[in-house]
Design a binder for this molecule. Structure first.
Ligand SMILES: Nc1ncnc2c1ncn2[C@@H]1O[C@H](COP(=O)(O)OP(=O)(O)OP(=O)(O)O)[C@@H](O)[C@H]1O
Ligand SMILES: [Mg+2]
Length: 224
C-alpha cells in the first residue's frame, strides 16, 4: 500500500454555463518518504491538485486514499482532524499574520492542540531554529526578507510533525539563490517527511527525484 493513492481524481469547476475540468481523471501513487514536484504551465491544474491532496478541496470524482484512509469519505470534522495530523500546507501567498511575530505565527496550528502554552513556545522555537531563524523568533513578518518569510511558513507547516508537506510554489516570489536555499531546506526536511511541491521552476527537475507533469488537467508525464 502506498502512502497516497490517487485514483481517477477529477475536479470540475463551473464557470457560468461552462464546466471546466481543472483536473481530469488523474491517477498516481506516492510512497512514504517521496519528494515529488508537480509542474505544468499556468492553469494546468497544479494548485487544484495540491488542494485536493491536502483534503482542502473535494474532488468531483475519484478517490484519494492516504495511509489507508479514504479521506473524502470522512465527515467534515474528521477531515479537519485528519489534516491536522497528516498534512502541513505552505501556501503560495504564505498567509502569515502580519501583526504576529514569527514565533506566534508558527504557534498557530498548535493552539487547538493539547500542549501547554510554554511547550507550544518551545516547539515553535525548535522548528524556527531548524529552518535557520533561531535568532529572529520575535520579528514581525514585515521585518523579515522574502526567503525568511517562506521559512516561517515552512516552520508553521511542520510544527505539528505532519507526515506530508504540500507546498504551492514556495520559491515563486524569490530570487534564484534564495529559491535554491529553500529547495535545499525541503531536501533536508525530506529526511523525515513526504514532500509534494508545485513549481514553475524548470531547474527543480534536476534536483527532485520525481516530477509529475500536468497539461490541461491531465497527467502527461511522471518521471523519476
Ligand atoms: N475556484 C475556481 N472556480 C472556477 N475555476 C477555477 C477555480 N480554481 C481554478 N479554476 C480553473 O481551473 C484551472 C486550473 O487552475 P489552477 O489554479 O489549478 O492552475 P495552476 O496550474 O495552479 O495555475 P498557476 O500556475 O497559474 O497557479 C484554470 O483554468 C482555472 O481558471
Ligand atoms: Mg497555482
Amino acid at each position: 500500500m502506498s502512502l497516497i493513492e490517487v485514483r481517477q481524481i477529477t475536479k470540475q469547476y463551473r464557470d457560468g454555463a461552462r464546466v471546466v475540468a481543472a483536473i481530469d481523471a488523474v491517477s498516481f501513487d506516492i510512497e512514504d518518504g517521496d519528494f515529488v514536484a508537480i509542474t505544468g504551465s499556468s492553469g494546468s491544474g497544479k494548485s487544484t491538485l495540491l488542494t485536493v491532496l491536502g483534503v482542502l478541496n473535494r474532488p468531483t470524482g475519484g478517490t484519494l486514499t492516504i495511509d489507508g484512509i479514504e479521506v473524502y469519505g470522512l465527515t467534515a470534522e474528521r477531515q479537519a482532524d485528519f489534516r491536522h495530523v497528516y498534512i502541513g500546507f505552505v501556501f503560495q501567498s504564505l498567509h502569515l499574520i502580519p501583526y504576529l511575530s514569527a514565533m506566534e505565527n508558527v504557534m498557530l496550528p498548535l493552539l487547538i492542540g493539547p500542549e501547554s502554552r510554554q511547550r507550544q513556545r518551545e516547539m515553535a522555537s525548535e522548528v524556527l531554529t531548524r529552518v535557520g531563524l533561531g535568532e529572529k523568533l520575535h520579528r514581525l513578518p514585515s521585518n523579515l526578507s522574502g526567503g525568511e518569510q517562506s521559512r516561517v511558513a515552512i516552520a508553521r507547516a511542520i510544527v505539528n510533525r505532519p507526515r506530508i508537506i504540500l507546498a504551492d510554489e514556495p520559491t515563486g516570489s524569490l530570487d534564484s539563490r534564495t529559491g535554491d536555499e529553500i529547495i535545499e531546506l525541503f531536501g533536508d526536511l525530506n529526511k523525515d517527511l513526504t514532500i509534494i511541491m508545485v513549481t514553475h521552476d524548470e531547474k527543480i527537475q534536476s534536483v527532485v527525484p520525481r516530477c509529475i507533469h500536468l497539461r490541461d488537467g491531465r497527467m502527461c508525464g511522471d518521471g523519476r
